[in-house]
Design a protein around this ligand. Structure first.
Ligand code: AMP
Length: 207
């Protein structure tokens, strides 16, 4: 089974992915995480991608498709969640040619709320866990590592990313809707409310 998670940056795609992974055994494929790992390891892809990510822009579709094909070769038989992919209509069409998308889950959050959440979003420099922290020198609740702000979570980059999302990724909502393949969840409330909606979707899909 393949699920696509759609939503603006900071809408909670990573959060929902972790929940689906922990509770339902999904394999999590995040193009953003894969690219960040390449940046950390200073691979050719990482060196190429670093400046693009820092500007809040998208990597070219062919580069992303290469990453996805490599991942899919490793996880042909798993239940996969695609987090942050596809991000353009072209990517969605290319995904269609290589895998069946059972459902796209669109995580809806008002932009004003996203901007507030992303401001306090931090990532652990050691284990990579994402957390919300208002403290200046917060520590990771999982491993005690240092919490840092992603460069692309800085306010000026976030507004650029939201614009890129509106222009290039939001049209995918209509794309999957037109295939009767879209379910919307509301992430403007509590975590319990969000996860109850996710539980219902997974239950309905496994019937
Ligand atoms: P994310 O962690 O999903 O927000 O991704 C971080 C950054 O990686 C994005 O702002 C893009 O620069 C790049 N990126 C991740 N996924 C894609 C994709 N599917 N297409 C193009 N660029 C991507």
């Amino acid at each position: 089974m393949n699920l696509v998670l759609l939503g603006a940056p900071g809408s909670g795609k990573g959060y929902v992915s972790s929940y689906l992974k922990q509770n339902f055994g999904f394999n999590h494929i995040s193009t953003g995480e894969l690219i960040r790992a390449n940046i950390k390891n200073k691979t050719e892809l990482g060196i190429y991608a670093e400046a693009i990510i820092a500007r809040g822009e998208l990597l070219p579709d062919d580069v992303i498709m290469k990453i996805i094909k490599q991942e899919l070769e490793k996880c042909q038989n798993s239940n996969n969640i695609f987090d942050g992919f596809p991000r353009t209509l072209n990517q969605a069409k290319m995904l269609q040619d290589i895998a069946n998308v059972d459902m796209a889950i669109y995580i809806d959050v008002p932009f004003e709320m996203i901007i507030k959440r992303v401001e306090s979003r931090r990532v652990c420099a050691t284990c990579g866990t994402m957390q919300i922290s208002q403290e200046a020198n917060g520590k990771c609740e999982k491993c005690g590592g240092e919490l840092v702000q992603r460069d692309d979570d800085k306010p000026e980059v976030v507004s650029r990313r939201l614009k890129v999302y509106s222009d290039q990724t939001a049209p995918l909502i209509d794309f999957y809707q037109s295939k009767n393949n879209l379910i919307k969840v509301d992430n403007s409330g509590s975590a319990d409310y969000l996860f109850a909606q996710i539980d219902r979707i997974v239950k309905d899909m496994s019937r």
